[in-house]
Design a protein around this ligand. Sequence first.
Ligand code: GDP
Length: 331
Amino acid sequence: SDSMNGVVKPRILLMGLRRSGKSSIQKVVFHKMSPSETLFLESTNKICREDVSSSSFVSFQIWDFPGQIDFFDPTFDYEMIFRGTGALIFVIDSQDNYVEALSRLHLTVTRAYKVNPDISFEVFIHKVDGLSDDHKIEKQRDIHKRTNTDLTDAGLEQIHLSFYLTSIYDHSIFEAFSKVVQKLIPQLPTLENLLNIFISNSGIEKAFLFDVGSKIYIATDSSPVDMQTYELCCDMIDVVIDISCIYGMPNVEAGLPHDKDSMAIIHLNNTTVIYLKEVTKFLAMVCFLRKESFARKGLIDYNFHCFKKAIQEVFDVRVKVQQTRKLLNQR
Ligand code: GDP
């Protein structure tokens, strides 16, 4: 089912030439594989890999190019798939010659757009770990220019592509995925607003709402995100999961080592406290605050309780609206 715990899972398609890095991205982001292990990933001949992982907030499919994916093959119902897709991520290997990839990208985007103009098109310029900063910018500019020229030539300049520089060897892949997923959450402004209210009433400096399974943050308050803070959140989630796997009570029903009441506190030696609390089965809040503010933990917990209730309402309303729509459509 696409709806879990009141949360509707956004659907993402991950596409690109073979060996561009799609399986590695999936394994690193959603299955906690370490980047160096991906060197030994076997190249599969399956063209389409469905991710059935139930431990995360997003669901997605991977498609390889080239393969049997032939837009002219009548047995291949790409229209149905594009219709149900929220975001299409196209992965380009930046360490390789990307002429072929760009022509595939163009074909895919134009096809998908005709079926579903609401898809967000996201281009991951991937494996940039080997490139200098100047080189990265230059690659991005070149790819941007070429794709836009192709679209303009086809009379489709209204199609908007977003570009990200990514690598599985640092947090850039998680950041990019977070941004992609955030675009698919219609409640994002409400979530941001709730987070703003929560932090200002609790003396908290920064708060993120995380999908624990993937370490993607689906929302944060409106203060700017710095990479170091984000990396600390990811590290904290890893620690919490590792410790719960060893010492936690297995949550048999969900197959997860943590549950809706899980929480953790880490005191850093610079008087910062990181506080993690589970919001739903998949989502957790991670907050940064000063030691002095943490002294009023009772207040924070009370505000958190209100925040959690509000979040549940936000998602419940949406599910109800969707169910009603479905019923109406069935008539
Ligand atoms: P797929 O065919 O698109 O699923 O590609 P794979 O995931 O099998 O990746 C192909 C190769 O690229 C593997 O050897 C990976 O280790 C490597 N790779 C994937 N992502 C990165 C990255 O960000 N940087 C580098 N340097 N190599 C990567």
